[in-house]
Design a protein around this ligand. Structure first.
Ligand code: HEC
Length: 234
């Protein structure tokens, strides 16, 4: 008699323990599966956000691809940061900086009536035109890129901001055509010069990190694409 009572007590205890364990498993299971859903969305943004330091290398964009999906009106909004020094209208005045109408495709340091720095003149002696890639590098950090420039602007760290503002400038009298898309060049930035003379300006510019930024790109491009099909460039 007392034996079976004792047995019942133990059996009850075992059962109760089993319930508690089962409950815990379900609770933690719920927590973990929720976290799994939340994570992947963040990763891309973190990768795209590392442009803060001057040392972070940029993968040269494939201009034939990115200019077609660039957002000119976002570029215009970004140009507000340039406007205290630059006018971009046809025939517009020089300010603290030269008028930028047609700057994409014109010779560096060549706008009439503007007194360029010696640094810009030296750059102009090596670089015959402002192509997309050189504007892109310059605007990222002007004084780091051209020693002695008098463009005292901190720079646009985000690649997409620079791409959009370049699309805006191209839309303001730019004379360079959009090159044919060449995804292979963008995918292999460590190779020699990319097509169309878009040689990146700096020697110390392409370490092993490049593929990382590259991996983040393809995921983003189609998104921007789907968001605004009609805003592309003529
Ligand atoms: C604080 C004033 C200032 C701001 C802000 C500024 N710039 Fe400049 N920019 C200059 C000056 C000054 C020069 C001439 C540099 C030299 O002679 O060294 C210049 C030159 C340039 C040139 C070369 C022009 C040429 O004729 O060779 C480009 C391109 C340019 N700026 C683009 C931009 C863009 C794009 C922005 C905004 C993202 C911007 N700048 C913001 C002052 C500024």
């Amino acid at each position: 008699m007392s034996d079976s009572l004792t047995f019942n007590k133990y059996a009850g205890a075992v059962l109760a323990t089993a319930f508690v364990i089962a409950g815990l498993v379900q609770l933690t299971g719920g927590v973990f599966s929720q976290e799994k859903v939340a994570k992947p969305g963040f990763k891309v943004e973190v990768a795209a956000d590392t442009g803060g330091g001057a040392a972070v290398p940029d993968v040269p964009p494939d201009w034939g691809t990115v200019l077609k999906t660039a957002d000119i009106s976002a570029g215009q909004a970004t140009f507000a940061k340039c406007q205290s020094c630059h006018n971009a209208d046809s025939g517009g005045p020089n300010g603290t900086g030269p008028n930028l109408w047609g700057v994409v495709g014109r010779a560096p340091g060549s706008h009439a009536g503007f007194a360029y720095s010696d640094g810009m003149k030296a750059f102009a002696a090596k670089q015959p035109i402002w192509d997309y890639q050189h504007v892109y590098e310059f605007v990222k950090g002007p004084q780091a890129y051209i020693n002695g420039t008098k463009m005292t602007f901190v720079g646009l760290k985000q690649p997409q901001d620079r791409i959009n503002v370049i699309a805006f400038l191209r839309d303001h009298g730019g004379t360079l055509p959009i090159p044919a898309p060449n995804p292979a060049a963008a995918a292999a930035p460590t190779g020699a010069a990319p097509a169309a003379g878009l040689a990146p300006g700096k020697p110390g510019d392409k370490p092993a990190e490049a593929p990382k930024a590259d991996a983040a790109k393809p995921a983003e491009t189609p998104k921007a694409d789907a968001a605004k099909p009609p805003a592309a460039i003529k």
